[in-house]
Design a protein around this ligand. Structure first.
Ligand SMILES: [Zn+2]
Length: 251
């Protein structure tokens, strides 16, 4: 019933094999496991190749940006030719941790956006404390990109509207379930642009906040969004599954 569009299954301390074995019991139809560097992108691809209900993305996360990334980019380019790879990601900008290298991050991000265009792949975007630069760059690239998925969205209604104008899909993770979160934003996302995810093993949603997260918990994200939008969770699951298939080109 559910689709988890953003998890890191190969990094999960519960064990990737164990998690996938529970998919049927947990009502998970399929997941997209996300790469953050060359090594775990290769692991994500191998794991997806071995499991029908797992797809992969490959990419280098902004915080791993270095001055010269040519070798890593060449390896990402090789990986993204694999048939189970549905996107480049997670890529983007992260200005949260002091000492970040804005120029390196932007260069790496642009190079991976160019790869996505060259191979007609969707992109999965990580954006933290970098909304203005993200909008500036995406405005430039959006017309040439297949689809754009903004993962774990936590921005304002105004910024969501700007991203939506660029055609982005907006994905929500555990934080949308937290007690202090203002869920007003959900009323501003068109239903055909809405995605759900866990970002597991991180960001476990309420009521399991603080535990090791896994795709099964996407049901809590779905339930909270369905309650907020006053629709049955089955309907929300169906809508977000169709959106995920479209966003990632999964048939
Ligand atoms: Zn992630």
């Amino acid at each position: 019933m559910f689709v988890d569009t953003h998890c890191h299954v190969v990094m999960n301390p519960k064990g990737a094999e164990q998690i996938v074995q529970n998919f049927e019991k947990d009502s998970i139809d399929f997941v997209v496991t996300i790469g953050t560097n060359v090594k775990n992108s290769a692991e994500a691809v191998a794991f997806a190749n071995a499991h029908t209900n797992v797809y992969a993305t490959v990419g280098v996360y902004p915080e791993y940006a270095e001055e010269n990334m040519q070798q890593a980019l060449a390896q990402i380019e090789t990986l993204l030719k694999e048939p189970k790879v549905v996107a480049i990601g997670e890529i983007g900008l992260d200005y949260h941790t002091p000492g970040y290298q804005k120029q390196w991050q932007q260069a790496l991000f642009r190079q991976q956006l160019n790869l996505a265009i060259a191979y007609n792949k969707t992109v999965v975007i990580h954006s933290r404390e970098a909304t203005q630069d993200m909008l500036t760059i995406l405005k430039e690239y959006a017309p040439k990109l297949k689809h754009i998925v903004l993962h774990c969205f936590s921005g304002s209604v105004e910024s969501a509207k700007e991203f939506l104008r660029l055609g982005c899909y907006i994905s929500f993770a555990g934080p949308i379930t937290f007690k202090k979160t203002n869920r007003e934003i959900l009323h501003h996302i068109p239903l055909d642009r809405l995605l759900i995810e866990t970002d597991s093993p991180y960001l476990a949603p309420e009521p399991v906040r603080g535990t090791v997260n896994e795709p099964a918990n996407v049901k809590f994200v779905a339930q909270k969004i369905a309650d907020t939008l006053e629709m049955p969770v089955e309907k929300l699951a169906q809508i977000t599954k169709e959106n995920a298939k479209r966003a990632f080109g999964i048939v």
